[in-house]
Design a protein around this ligand. Structure first.
Ligand code: ZN
Ligand code: ZN
Length: 328
């Protein structure tokens, strides 16, 4: 099909309206996002190359510092990119270049290379270089989600309609119980009660920090609303109950979280669901433009898709009777 399109275009490319060419390129990329999908068509003429590149570079997924450096040298790139996915560490060598992406509207940044001590500085430097016109912002693998970060986001990006901040994917369940437990000590995955004494205080603090975002419709905050000791109890109690093996004395299967633990689910599931509803209601009252509020959860009952078991999404109904703390 690509060959036939190219042959027809080579004959008389100027006779075909730009809109039609744009649809053809978009269709090619909808089946295959790799450059080979537009390689042939970009060789037909400079006009077609421009259309093809503009569509192809609409989404930029930065794979390494070298890829970032090379991408920034492509003429036109700064105007084409509307959606970007990047790791914070990949752009640190040339962070200023971010300020040139004036058409950027959707951005996802992975903070997995950062720790509790570097997150604040990294965020300040990154946000300073970004356009204030972003409408979608996703920050993943954050060491912590605190009111300082939320206030910074709200003041820098007032046009946001979607905001997703998440910490809990830093919990490492891929290796062993020791790695799982160690990763939990480097992340503020459950801010109650160590950072906030109660769910009401947490929801009020988060909601007020985000209050400047008057257009915000979709909010996801990837922390657990269960107490921090739900996970530590799971390590101390459930892991040892399940992992003892009569033959070897230790258990070699991969670790699992409270989401797959019948003991923890029976003990905490219902109470955590109630906390999630309460927190969502409080945040919704403070941010009336919201349509959904999501949280990370060990005991999800309202999630969807691949994250169904670990994310809870609550649809705002405007009918929840919750008390909003008016003290600051
Ligand atoms: Zn390990
Ligand atoms: Zn458990």
């Amino acid at each position: 099909m690509v060959f036939e399109v190219c042959r027809a275009l080579r004959k008389d490319a100027t006779a075909i309206p730009v809109e039609i060419l744009d649809v053809i390129v978009t269709s090619l990329l909808s089946h295959n996002r790799r450059f080979c999908a537009i390689a042939n068509i970009s060789l037909v003429s400079s006009r077609l190359r421009l259309i093809a590149f503009r569509r192809y570079f609409e989404t930029l997924e930065v794979r390494s510092p070298r890829h970032w450096d090379k991408s920034c040298r492509i003429l036109g790139m700064f105007n084409w990119v509307r959606k970007m996915r990047v790791a914070a560490s990949d752009v640190q060598s040339n962070m200023d270049a971010l300020s040139s992406f004036g058409s950027l509207r959707s951005l996802e940044i992975d903070f997995s290379s950062d720790g509790l001590s570097t997150q604040k500085t990294r965020c300040s430097l990154l946000f300073k270089s970004l356009t204030a016109d972003l409408t979608v912002l996703k920050l993943t693998s954050l060491p912590r989600i605190d009111t300082a970060l939320l206030s910074l986001v709200a003041s820098r990006f007032p046009s946001l309609t979607t905001l997703e901040l998440s910490s809990t994917e830093r919990l490492d369940k891929e290796c062993c119980w020791l790695c799982f437990e160690e990763s939990s000590s480097c992340t503020i995955h459950s801010p109650v009660p160590d950072v906030f004494p109660s769910i009401e205080v947490l929801a009020n603090a988060y909601g007020r920090a985000l209050q400047p975002l008057e257009n915000l419709e979709y909010l996801f905050l990837g922390v657990f609303l269960s107490d921090a000791d739900v996970l530590s109890c799971h390590f101390d109690r459930c892991a040892s109950v399940v992992i003892s093996s009569p033959r070897t004395g230790f258990y070699s299967s991969p670790p699992f979280g409270p989401d797959k633990c019948v003991i923890c689910t029976a003990e905490h599931g219902a109470a955590v669901h109630e906390r999630e509803r309460l927190a969502s209601g409080i945040v919704e009252k403070i941010l009336p433009s919201l349509k959904t509020v999501g949280w990370s959860s060990h005991f999800s009952e309202h999630g969807s898709g691949a994250d169904r078991r670990t994310k809870t999404t609550i649809f705002c109904t405007r009918t929840l009777k919750v008390k909003v703390d008016s003290t600051r």
